[in-house]
Structures are given as C-alpha cells and as structure tokens.
Design a protein around this ligand. Sequence first.
Ligand SMILES: [Zn+2]
Length: 262
Amino acid sequence: MVWLVIVGFLILLCAVSLGKIHLGSCSNSKVTFLNDSNGSGAIFSRKNVLLVIAHPDDETMFFSPTINYLTSRGHNVHILCLSTGNANGIGNIRREELYLASAVLKVAPQQVKVVDHPDLQDGFGKVWNCNLLERIINEEIRFNAIDLIITFDNYGVSGHCNHRDVHEGVRKLLQNTSQHVDAWELVSTNILRKYSGPVDIWLSILRARQCLNGQMHCLLNEDPYKSYAAMAQHRSQWIWFRKLFVSFSSYTYVNTLKKINK
Ligand SMILES: [Zn+2]
C-alpha cells in the first residue's frame, strides 16, 4: 500500500514538473539570461553564442535546453565540436549526424564546425592540450564575432576527460584573451539529480534563485520532444540505453548555467 502511494506521488510530481516545463517559464533569477527585451518580447540585441563541446551528441544530450532557449529568442547559435567522436572508428558518420541533429535544433549547418585534429581524438585517457584548445576556440571567436561562450564545467556532466579538458581550454582562453567575451558553464549535478528527469527542475530553479547576483540561470527546455527528435538523428548512438538516458536525464529538461569568472 505504501509503495502505491509513493509511486502515485512520483507520477504526480513528474506530471506537475512537465506541466511547469510546458508552461514555458524559463528563468528564475531577476535578470533573465541574455534577454534584454522590453517586455513585449522584442530583443534589443541578438548575441552570437558559441557552444563548445567535445563530441557529436554532446549538444543534444546535455545542452538542448540551452540551445532551444537561445534559438527561440533569436540569438545566433554556433557549435564548435572539438572532435569527430572517432573512438570507435565512425567519426565521419558521427560528424554528419551532428549536422542533422543541429538542423532539428535550428542551428544552421554553416554555423556548425567539427574539428578533426590528430591531438584531439575522442577517448578516455586522451589528454587534450589546453593551449591547442585555446587557439582553436580563439580563432572561432574572432571569425564569428562571438559575444558569449557556453561549455562544460570542470566536471563535464559525466566526468569524461575530454569534456573537462574543453572546460580548461575555455578557462585558459578567458585568462589570456584581450577580447570582451563572457563564458558560462553547464553545472554538473549528482547522479540522483542527473537521472531524476523533469523532477529536477524544482531543485534547479531553487538553486538559481538563491544566486542573487545574476551569475546563475536556470533554463527550462521549452520543447523536450525536439531534444528527443534531435538525438534520434545520432543514429549510430541511438540505442536503447541512450533512449532511456534522453527520457530520464534531467539535462533533457533543464540546464543550469553559471558564469565562469576569469
Ligand atoms: Zn561527450
């Protein structure tokens, strides 16, 4: 009997959480992320935003709430993927899958760049050089007049060393660049929150509200189905456990971004 009550409560909580997401509340701090609108929805300045990731599918599995938030508000999203994801010898396939997934997420193919460098190969135990990463990211910033970078935090959601190295590359760039560019990191959560699906939005909202200086924002995914459809474009990766991941991962429903200070 008790377990029936618990299951019923969890189902109700999921339903309420999905309802909240569906209503489209997207920010909880006093300053809405990159939204200097006048209240009528008009954006005064569109930003060029660079999403820096390590592998094809990172953009969908982890960052799709952020991408959906930005594209729906007219910001110009670029994706820089620092490897082809060639750990299993299918890098060429995975590169094409990234373009297909990006199209679902409303990021044009000419704004997606996939790097295939011998020193930046996909895999655990493959250390990526921070200076090399800094140089590549810097070239992209200059070429596309980037205003703002979004990337992994120092844990990189899954702890993957390539994700963590990408964070260090961005951090190094911030320390050395003379250009005015802001950077935000995707906050990693513990394993319980990571697999709590839409329910995690409440903790994410609460945490962002506690940060009063505008350095943390919680973005709800206004279209989780689009994330699912985008992940399906990564056909080589679209196996049963990734389908489960996309369904139950809190990163499908919410992203918490935190400003990276120089
Ligand atoms: Zn990855």
